[in-house]
Design a protein around this ligand. Structure first.
Ligand code: GLY
Length: 426
């Protein structure tokens, strides 16, 4: 099959790599230098919706896989389908699961999905009242409040506040335009205690295929310290056991698919559930993303066996094959190499060395995330630069191999965590 992958990050590199490994001809737009080894890259920007549709039609692709959330929220999948191109990714209506936190929280509530108590606010007065009320009801007392911008804020629109004052400051900043229109409305919710996990499922709007869970490491520094980032590394399998995963499926994913269908939303794409599992093992849905996770996709693709292209085509055309994917029993760890200055002000244009030396190691793939060609060199071109991913017989072995590869990468001022995958099981 000829498949167009829309996007240019580590997630898209991992998808293109896996699709090419199953024998598909991959076109990527715009792609990145790392993807050139597995795909034919075309210079069409992610948000050039006309250009993406034109490319898909001209290339005669049989499937488009849309990587990032922004074009999904802008309706790229609807436009591709209208042009007759099977597309893996929800339309604009379904993408509101990620594009509007107020929409998604209300949907969870309507369909009985366990989620933190919340209020939607549009003014400082409403926000102050909601923060006081939610903090007063918090169990255990003083456990805090979470403030979220309603719209897309490039992964930065969530503040997990330790106290009422911090929550109110965050709400004011968002309502004052820190994230533009995305912060015109806020979702304020109680903070849930537990341990996080990312569970991604493919759906054709009716059936579900749950992928191997992964655990992200969201903050910049070891020990879960420092500012939040887009994700500094991932491990798969994650710490949750099969019984908990079965609960996630039955109590979160299945009601979502039924709820979306009941509301007339034909959702064909990824349901990426960001979950908190509490001490009793109950899953709380923190949020949905409407696309593959980044960097969750990197270790998940490293472990995936079977023809991903055929399965995504099935989901795109309303005929998702269940049980067609299998998982390498080994563990995979992805360590993100980030640029100096990330996340606030990433420095770009630094030459990256050691890419071949890192990739030469057994069971290592270096996925490019923020890279570009400059003359004969590959240089950094974004905050998260590479996702160095390795398989190993267990998490410890995968960690050792990933860090051996990372140590071969030369990038001035590179930042990375040394504890990806080190949390162990609960
Ligand atoms: N891993 C975080 C995200 O994909 O949004």
């Amino acid at each position: 099959m000829k498949i167009l992958v829309v996007g240019s990050g580590g997630r898209e590199h991992a998808l293109a790599w896996r699709l090419a490994a199953s024998g598909h001809a991959v076109v990527a737009a715009p792609g990145n230098p790392g993807m050139e080894a597995v795909a034919s890259c075309r210079p069409v920007k992610v948000m050039d919706l006309d250009g993406q549709v034109k490319l898909a039609v001209e290339e005669g692709v049989e499937l488009v896989v849309v990587g990032p959330e922004a074009p999904l929220c802008a309706g790229l999948a609807d436009r591709l389908r209208a042009a007759g191109v099977p597309t893996f990714g929800p339309g604009e209506a379904g993408a509101r699961l990620e594009g509007s936190k107020a929409f998604s929280k209300a949907l969870f509530a309507r369909h009985g999905i366990r989620t933190a108590a919340f209020e939607v606010c549009a003014t400082v007065e409403e926000a102050d009242r909601a923060i006081d009320a939610l903090a007063a009801q918090a169990v255990p007392a003083g456990s805090g409040v979470v403030v979220k911008a309603d719209g897309l804020a490039a992964g930065k629109g969530v503040v997990v506040a330790d106290d009422v004052a911090e929550a109110k400051t965050a709400a004011r900043a968002m309502l004052d335009g820190r994230f533009g229109d995305a912060g015109a409305r806020l979702v304020i919710e109680q903070r849930i205690s537990g341990r996080e996990v990312s569970v991604l499922a493919l759906t054709d709007g009716e059936r579900l295929e749950v992928l191997a869970p992964a655990e992200d490491h969201k903050t910049l520094l070891d020990g879960d310290r420092g500012p939040n980032t887009g994700g500094m590394g991932t491990v798969s399998p994650a710490w949750i056991d099969d019984a908990t995963l079965a609960r996630v499926r039955a109590e979160v994913l299945e009601p979502t698919v039924r709820g979306l269908a009941a509301e007339g939303i034909d959702y064909r794409g990824v349901l990426y559930a960001g979950l908190m599992i509490d001490a009793s093992g109950a899953p709380w849905l923190l949020e949905y993303n409407c696309r593959f996770g980044d960097p969750e996709t990197q270790p998940v693709m490293a472990r995936l066996r079977g023809d991903l292209g055929a399965v995504l085509h099935g989901a795109a055309t309303g005929a998702l094959a269940q049980g067609a994917l299998a998982w390498d029993p080994r563990a995979a760890v992805c360590v993100v190499v980030a640029a100096a200055g990330y996340p606030e002000a990433p420095r770009t244009g630094d030459v990256i060395g050691g890419l071949d030396a890192a990739s030469d190691l057994t069971d290592v793939v270096v996925f490019h995330a923020g890279t570009a060609r400059q003359g004969g060199a590959i240089v950094s071109a974004g905050g998260r630069v590479l996702g160095v991913t390795a398989l190993g017989d267990d998490v410890e072995a995968a960690r050792a191999q990933a860090y051996a590869a990372v140590d071969r990468i030369e990038l001035a001022g590179k930042q990375l965590r040394r504890d990806i995958g080190a949390r162990g099981k609960r």
